[in-house]
Design a protein around this ligand. Structure first.
Ligand SMILES: [Zn+2]
Length: 79
């Protein structure tokens, strides 16, 4: 299955935070919500979690094995 990535840099209200969280979708939403509350002083609401879920992207980098040929050019940082 494809893991999901939440990247704080993509979250509109956030500045200068580079945290990324990856895992199964529900794990990421939960962890990102807790991060948003503890670090960014958001309120943990259904709306916040809905916005987080909307920003999730498929994780691609780690879909490639650590050994073996590198991923095709252009996909390495295409998170
Ligand atoms: Zn953050």
């Amino acid at each position: 299955m494809v893991r999901k990535v939440a990247d704080c840099r993509r979250f509109p209200s956030v500045m200068n935070c580079t945290l990324t969280i990856s895992g199964e979708e529900d794990e990421v939403v939960r962890a990102a919500a807790e991060h948003a509350v503890s670090v960014h002083r958001h309120e943990d609401t259904a709306e916040l979690r809905r916005e987080i879920r909307a920003t999730l992207q498929d994780e691609k980098v780690l879909a490639y094995p650590m050994s073996g040929p590198p991923p095709p050019e252009g996909e390495i940082f295409d998170l």
